[in-house]
Design a protein around this ligand. Sequence first.
Ligand code: FES
Ligand code: FES
Length: 165
Amino acid sequence: MSNITLKVNGKTHALDLDPATPLLYVLRNDLALRGPRFGCGLGQCGACTVIINGVATRSCITPLSSVKNEITTLEGLAKNGKLHPVQQAWIDEQVPQCGFCQNGQIMTAKAMLDKTPHPTDSQIRQTMATTLCRCMTYYRVQLAIKRAAKMIASNLTGSKKEVTA
Ligand code: FES
Ligand code: FES
């Protein structure tokens, strides 16, 4: 066991844990953040994705000891009671089916839009290709990402135009 300080969604946590513990277990079990999901536990499905230093990161294969920067989970996207445009776009496009994979879809999309605000269809498909959905929500994911990109762009320019994906 070791004393570890973890910054998550703006809050600092002092924890006494084995540094080899996967970050996902700590987020869910110790910090009660249930946005990130346990899917495969092998880094293959994306359900456990969080954002660290701007990078969509699979927390199931990330040992605590390797985390050096603040972590953002799904719970950290909304600000002052207002959903992040990606979350709002997900609702507008009614993306989820069973919902299990959607944490990974949203967090991966958010990290992409932060770096690539106007992604092409092929950039979206390429980025999202390894974030798996057994309910086949991929087409709605793509629409929601395009809607979110427009919402973000219109917020930045102060435009009040209606967003159509
Ligand atoms: S649970 Fe982490 S990638 Fe599948
Ligand atoms: S919505 Fe069911 S696995 Fe993606």
